[in-house]
Design a protein around this ligand. Structure first.
Ligand code: ACO
Length: 342
């Protein structure tokens, strides 16, 4: 009998347009040098006006389904992890499922900001092992440019748009690609670290022009992100009787290159094993972990049989981690010079 959900396929979609640091510096008070040294980011991906989150998610979903066993014909659940849904209501997942031609599927969104994909993995694994789903399409998709105040120099340089999708199906714990324990946590007292004030039931209408956009206390977020991701990683490693030495690749939420380096140092994972995949796309929030995995897989940076440690911290404040053995997946060779390095 099946006792785990396993990864069957992965794919991603990034909008073509990039806003470079120099272009950004022409419209806000910042510089290429400041952004590069503080974040490691050189450019961020920008979706067009005709590319809402559902469009990015559908393109990523199509790529993953195209690589899945039987073309993902047995997918009966679509989950979209996003903080930037097309609309407040309904969820984005039913739109994505319909655009992918998936009928009569269970659909829902998960809003856990940058931790959303890990929350989605835990949910998908639960649905599969309980027998509620035969196969799940889990998408992390974001259009953060839609909630960034254009003149805010604290958030404009950081966030990018993009999506990635994974197909999960029933399997066995011992198999490569099996999802084990996903450690999730939160501290709601810290909700103000990163938030969008208006548009919800607490404040439906904007009182200030900044209210419909993201406000972030970058320095405090940074501090909590390093502490929580480190602690969460240590827990999952301990749960699986693994140590930092067993980790082949650390794929942390791509918030800031300095955070990635610091988490690796705290965990005593060598810096070259910490994947950096934000240089040319920025922080794509709930999409960042699956985009990084998909691009690493395509670039041959992540190979079947390797032990991957995933961790995220995001608004909420929320965090999560899991560790897994990467499966052998089929994907085309990378044809662009963009991509992750380690
Ligand atoms: N260009 C130039 N100067 C700037 C800029 C900018 N874009 N932004 C801030 N500064 C200035 C500040 O005004 C400040 O100046 P002062 O010292 O004269 O007051 C100085 O630079 C330092 O500002 P900090 O905000 O302390 O800069 P920091 O080094 O912390 O870098 C950053 C800011 C990049 C945002 C960093 O804190 C960070 O990456 N934080 C983590 C964000 C994160 O993890 N987000 C993901 C989770 S959120 C979610 O889930 C939605």
């Amino acid at each position: 009998m099946t006792d785990a959900a396993v990864i069957d396929a992965i794919g991603h979609h990034l909008p073509e347009a990039r806003e470079t640091n120099d272009e950004l510096a022409r419209r806000i008070d910042t510089s290429d040098e400041w952004i590069r040294t503080r974040t490691g980011i050189r450019a961020r991906s920008r979706a067009g006006d005709d590319e809402p989150t559902s469009v990015l998610a559908t393109r990523a979903g199509r790529e993953a389904l195209g690589r899945a066993t039987n073309g993902g014909a047995d997918v009966d659940t679509v989950i979209v992890a996003t903080t930037t849904p097309d609309m407040k209501c309904p969820a984005t997942a039913p739109v994505v499922a319909s655009d992918l031609g998936l009928e009569n599927t269970a659909t829902f969104d998960i809003n856990s900001a940058c931790t959303g994909f890990l929350a989605g993995l835990a949910t998908a694994a639960g649905l599969i092992t309980s027998g509620n789903s035969r196969a799940v399409l889990l998408v992390g998709a974001e259009k953060y440019s839609s909630i960034i105040y254009p003149q805010d120099r604290g958030t404009s340089p950081i966030f990018g748009d993009g999506a990635a999708a994974m197909v999960l199906r029933p399997g066995y714990r011992q198999q490569a690609g099996a999802i084990g324990r996903v450690h999730l946590g939160s501290d709601g007292r810290l909700w103000a670290l990163a938030h969008v004030l208006s548009g919800g039931s607490a404040q439906p209408l904007a009182a200030d022009p900044h209210d419909p956009f993201l406000r972030m206390d970058g320095r405090a977020t940074y501090r909590h992100a390093v502490a929580r991701m480190t602690d969460s990683c240590q827990r999952v490693l301990k749960d699986e009787s693994l140590t930092a030495e067993d980790v082949d690749l650390l794929v942390a939420h791509q918030a800031n290159a300095r955070i990635l380096t610091e988490v690796a140092r705290e965990l005593e994972v060598p810096a070259e094993k910490a994947l950096v995949d934000l240089t040319d796309i920025g922080n794509t929030a709930a999409a960042s972990i699956p985009v990084a995995l998909s691009r690493a897989q395509e670039a041959g940076v992540l190979r079947g049989g390797e032990t991957v440690l995933l961790t995220a911290f995001g608004a909420g404040a929320s965090w999560g981690s899991t560790v897994l053995r990467w499966p052998e997946l089929t994907s085309p060779n990378l044809t662009t010079t963009e991509g992750p390095n380690r």
